[in-house]
Design a protein around this ligand. Structure first.
Ligand code: DXP
Ligand SMILES: NCC(=O)COP(=O)(O)O
Length: 263
């Protein structure tokens, strides 16, 4: 250990399964709509962990409409040594008010994994990944620093992305495939093309030496098909659908249902 919450090696025993990281952004959205502390992010995180999830994800943004920097810090202290902590966001977004910027937060809390996402300010949600050929040089110093902090570094990429060798060359260890288009096609009843694209992207990333995560709009309906199609899928981060489904069946039951799909 070099001060990070947990090193990648701490989780090697999980290498053969797909880790579920629950994204708590939507808990924060509900809380922020009234102020105060309900629903409580920490209680939600504990419920997810006690239900067996392998990680917690947050995606702070400069406008702080989702998790706040203090949530990021509180969760870090809670999760240390228990489950993976994945912080997502745009490393180039400027600090604003109480938001110190993604890299500054990573310096403070040293999460297990930082997933870099090229969101623009004010974007409702993430909808595209990095252009690896074009973006990697400016990412290089950030990746170097995050690795020195002991964080695993993952890049959010589009299905169909190319140039994984550029990511490997700057020290990136994983990519997260943006599954929004797959989820949309699945809901329309014709996911084959988008699924094949995700599978092909995962295979090429793995051949280049990267581990593969996936996320965005995954749900109990569409997760099993994706998981079965991508051998060695390392991790899925799921928030919007999972928190929505939890309204009907409760958070603990819902997390367990996702874990059954990933078994
Ligand atoms: C990178 C990614 O796909 C997720 O972080 C997604 O942006 C969910 O975050 P929100 O719940 O804040 O939309
Ligand atoms: N990286 C994807 C994520 O954390 C959750 O995305 P969503 O399930 O809220 O769409």
């Amino acid at each position: 250990m070099n001060g990070a919450l947990c090193s990648a090696n701490d989780f090697l025993f999980l290498a053969s399964m797909t880790l579920l990281s629950v994204n708590l952004n939507k808990i924060a959205v509900l809380r922020n709509s009234r102020g105060g502390n309900e629903p409580d992010m920490a209680r939600a995180a504990i419920t997810c962990i006690e239900s067996g999830c392998g990680g917690i994800t947050v995606h702070p943004r400069p406008d702080m409409r989702h998790v706040h920097p203090d949530d990021v810090r509180t969760l870090a202290a809670m999760l240390r040594g228990r489950v993976e902590y994945n912080i997502e966001g745009n490393p180039f977004a400027a600090a604003r008010g109480a938001y110190p910027g993604l890299i500054a937060l990573a310096r403070e809390v040293r999460p297990t994994q930082v997933t870099l996402v090229p969101d623009s300010d004010g974007q409702i949600t993430s909808d595209h990944g990095f252009d690896l050929a074009q973006d990697t040089e400016r990412l290089r110093p950030l990746v170097t620093e995050l690795r020195e902090l002991g964080c695993r570094v993952s890049l959010f990429v589009d299905p169909g992305a190319t140039g994984f060798e550029h990511a490997v060359a700057i020290g990136v260890q994983r990519v997260e495939i943006y599954t929004g288009p797959y989820a949309h096609a699945f809901a329309e009843g014709d996911a084959k093309e988008q699924l094949d694209l995700c599978v092909d992207t995962a295979r090429r990333a793995q051949q280049a030496g990267l581990a593969v995560n996936a996320g965005h709009d995954l749900s109990q309906a569409n997760l099993g098909t994706l998981r079965a199609a991508i051998p060695g899928l390392a991790e899925v981060s799921i928030g919007h659908a999972l928190i929505g489904e939890a309204l009907y069946e409760g958070l603990a039951t819902t997390v367990r249902k996702y874990l059954q799909i990933l078994r």
